[in-house]
Design a protein around this ligand. Structure first.
Ligand SMILES: [Zn+2]
Ligand SMILES: [Zn+2]
Length: 143
């Protein structure tokens, strides 16, 4: 939970109960989730006032501040680089079309990582960090 609270406070955003629950749902899911999936989970947990518009807004917010990533499918996944406090670099994500698993590349020595870091560091008021998404079949499924 620290991850969420620190990131929100860093941006002077409130740590609301709704944000905590939505982030938890996303984090505990093995698969990326659409705003509707998150809403369904919320109603399963019998959380009232779980309207899709506010879920959507919070998911967009999470991806804006680097807590989550929006994939090409329109679904959201939590950033897997938990220990990377800054997250000021391009996030490279692989999506498996067989198991629907999402794998985030955690390799800081790649040229792509260093180049993205260089570009991002030269931007003065950074308000959005993108991710690079690849899809295909993961190693576990390819046998
Ligand atoms: Zn990430
Ligand atoms: Zn797979």
């Amino acid at each position: 939970m620290k991850q969420l609270e620190e990131s929100l406070k860093e941006k002077n955003l409130r740590v609301t109960n709704a944000r905590k629950i939505i982030f938890d749902i996303l984090k505990n899911s093995e698969r990326p989730l659409s705003p509707k999936n998150v809403c369904d989970e919320l109603s399963n947990l019998s959380v009232s006032n779980a309207d899709q518009a506010s879920v959507y807004r919070n998911l967009v917010l999470f991806s804006k501040i680097g807590l989550a990533h929006k994939l090409d499918s329109g679904k959201y996944t939590v950033c897997q680089l938990e220990n990377d406090r800054t997250k000021r670099h391009i996030h490279i994500i692989m999506c498996c079309t067989e198991c629907m698993g999402v794998y985030e590349l955690n390799e800081k020595k790649t040229q792509t990582y260093m180049l993205s870091k260089k570009i991002i560091n030269s931007i003065k008021q950074l308000n959005h960090i993108s991710s690079l998404t690849f899809s295909g079949v993961c190693e576990a499924c390819d046998n």
